[in-house]
Design a protein around this ligand. Structure first.
Ligand SMILES: Nc1ncnc2c1ncn2[C@@H]1O[C@H](COP(=O)(O)OP(=O)(O)OP(=O)(O)O)[C@@H](O)[C@H]1O
Ligand SMILES: [Mg+2]
Length: 588
């Protein structure tokens, strides 16, 4: 794990060296002051060499200024380094997420992913700077101090060094405790973000069902769990912080006792004792920094572990495969079966041949597997058994992007970005110019409403397009497909949100769009698929019937029944409306 973390430094080796050298010099300078004091007390003061004392003070002053400059430069460079490492991690993670398969997103929570993308990477980045500066400073200062103390007086020096070593072991122990608490904190934070994201996203539904209290309670519960996790980590931190004070005092006591004993023995001078005390003062600084470092280390590693776990998720396979050559549009499903979760078949033994330029409609009850079939064709998922062939090529032999490039899709649940209308249409073809976007909007019968918008094509449509009506959103999605102009067109309930008149108009345009193209339509309203070449009736993941609408009607099978049900329903509705109209007339 640490090796994986350190690999993020590689591009910044120069910077790391710079910080290391700067920190090294700064910590050496820290060690000079007690030595100067000792020199004055031991040599210059008894001799009364006033000028020497002034020179030594001047030297110390210069050392402090140099220390200040070094410290400033090192802090600045460390900050930049940590921001860069953080940014690299974030970019890498986002690119990775974009390449993960659909199945991954089916079972993850967006809020949790966001927490890692923003929070965890920030935590991990913070460590980057501290390793290069703090850790070095601490280690160098502490080793330097030990060396000087042993030289000042081997006996007292050994005693203080032993105490320091004990503190070191203590720190390692605390380190392990902190790791667990920070791990728990990051986990709770991820949960909290996911819950917040979901509840804010669904705030309209929450209000409609007056479930605000439920929403608030579940958020508060998650927030309290997070608070509890943090409280536990504060406990360990507070104990750690307080123990430093205790440690300093114990060391001071040991020096006082041991030092006076050594002076009585005549083995040490008073000025050495003063130097010892001063060094303990200097020593506390790196210890404090070490505390901070240990804390940051554990916090950052907890973040890095979550980041790293996401990076280990397998990307969509076959990205390096060759591109599917431009297709004529013949599609064959060869004994295709599929299950989202193991053991729960959603499609079973699907055999379907769609010739180039053919129009096929998939009909069937809700949950029959129509959208799933479309998902397989676009390779959002791969069949668990069987093959899908396009122009005779097995699609798994080609890159997924190249397969998707040949298809224009309008999904059942339209997704729009909180961007301008033009940008949203442009997703169909990011190289399309304004004129093409306009034409696409015109074909999708969207131009009329766009022109009534305050800033026409530049109008921002809000998150997921909330500022638009359902039908308007669907027309933008259609415009995207018009702009893409791919040889295979897949429309999953693409006109279900439109009123009858607009639908009839869009239908006309769709006929032009799909002219000569292979088209797969998914529809609940059978009236909208009367003119297709082939109808496929799906039920519980199997094909019940397929053939031209006329043949299937004559066959009086499953399609005939669906058709009859729809006809009866519309007759009932007409009758009801007729009665209401009559009543209205009577009332007049
Ligand atoms: N991402 C998923 N993970 C697990 N199961 C899923 C997933 N998507 C759909 N299913 C299940 O697969 C079955 C078929 O769903 P599908 O969306 O293909 O139906 P559909 O025919 O398009 O229905 P509708 O007419 O309502 O759109 C359903 O039982 C559904 O619960
Ligand atoms: Mg569907």
């Amino acid at each position: 794990m640490l090796r994986a973390f350190l690999s993020y430094y590689r591009p910044y080796r120069g910077m790391v060296c710079w910080i290391a050298v700067g920190s090294f010099l700064a910590s050496l300078l820290e060690l000079i002051f007690p030595l100067g004091v000792r020199q004055i007390l031991q040599q210059e003061l008894p001799r009364g060499a006033w000028m020497q004392i002034v020179w030594i003070c001047l030297g110390l002053g210069l050392a402090y200024i140099a220390n200040f400059l070094l410290y400033y430069a090192v802090s600045y460079q460390s900050g930049v380094l940590s921001a860069r490492v953080e940014n690299d991690m974030r970019e890498k993670l986002f690119i990775h997420l974009e390449h993960l398969p659909f199945a991954f997103f089916d079972s993850s929570r967006t809020g949790q992913l966001l927490a890692t993308l923003t929070g965890d990477t920030a935590e991990a980045g913070e460590l980057a700077a501290r390793v290069a500066s703090d850790l070095l400073v601490c280690v160098i200062s502490m080793l330097g101090i030990v060396f000087i103390l042993l030289r000042l007086d081997p006996v007292l020096g050994t005693l203080v060094t032993l105490l320091m070593a004990m503190k070191g072991l203590h720190t390692v122990w605390i380190n392990l405790k902190l790791r667990d608490t920070f791990q728990a904190t990051r986990k709770e934070f991820g949960r909290l973000s996911a819950l917040g994201e979901e509840n804010l996203n669904g705030v309209r539904m929450v209000k409609a069902f007056t479930a605000e209290n439920h929403s608030i309670h579940s958020f508060i519960r998650a927030a309290r769990h997070y608070l509890q996790a943090r409280r536990e980590s504060f406990q360990v931190r507070a104990y750690f912080g307080a123990s430093i004070g205790l440690f300093t005092n114990v060391v001071n006591l040991a020096i006082l006792l041991g030092g006076t004993w050594r002076i009585r023995q005549g083995a040490m001078s008073l000025s050495d004792l003063v130097a010892f005390f001063l060094y303990v003062g200097v020593f506390i600084k790196p210890v404090m920094r070490l505390v901070l470092f240990v804390e940051t280390y554990q916090k950052s590693m907890a973040g890095f572990r979550r980041f790293y776990a996401l990076l280990q998720e397998k990307e969509e396979t076959g990205q390096a495969l060759p591109a599917l050559p431009p297709t004529k549009g013949t599609i064959v499903f060869q004994n295709v079966s599929f299950a989202y979760d193991r053991g729960q078949p959603v499609l079973q033994h699907i055999n379907l041949k769609i010739s180039a330029g053919e129009k096929v409609a998939l009909v069937g009850a809700t949950g029959a597997g129509k959208t799933t079939l479309v998902n397989l064709l676009l390779r959002f998922y791969d069949p668990t058994a069987g093959k899908i062939l396009i122009d005779g090529h097995d699609v798994t032999q080609f890159s997924r992007t190249s397969v998707r490039k040949q298809m224009g899709l309008v999904q059942q649940d339209v997704f729009l970005f909180s961007d301008s209308i033009a940008q949203n249409i442009a997703y169909g073809n990011l190289t399309g110019n304004q004129q093409e976007i306009r034409e696409a909007a015109q074909s999708a019968r969207a131009l009329e409403f766009i022109q009534e918008m305050p800033e026409t094509f530049a109008t921002e449509i809000g998150e997921r397009g909330v500022k638009l009506s359902g039908g308007q959103r669907q027309r933008l999605a259609l415009a995207r497909t018009f702009l893409k102009n791919a040889p295979i067109v897949v429309l999953d309930e693409a006109t279900s949100a439109l009123d009858n008149i607009t639908e009839a108009r869009v239908q006309k345009e769709l006929d032009t769009l799909t002219q000569g193209k292979t088209t797969i339509l998914v529809a609940h309203r059978l009236s909208t698929v009367r003119h297709v070449d082939t109808l496929v009736v799906l039920d519980k993941g199997r094909i019940l019937e397929q053939g031209s609408p006329e043949t299937l009607l004559r066959k009086k099978g499953a399609y005939y029944q669906l058709w009859q049900q729809e006809a009866e329903l519309s007759q009932q509705v007409q009758k009801k409306e007729g009665i209401q109209d009559e009543c209205l007339c009577c009332g007049n």
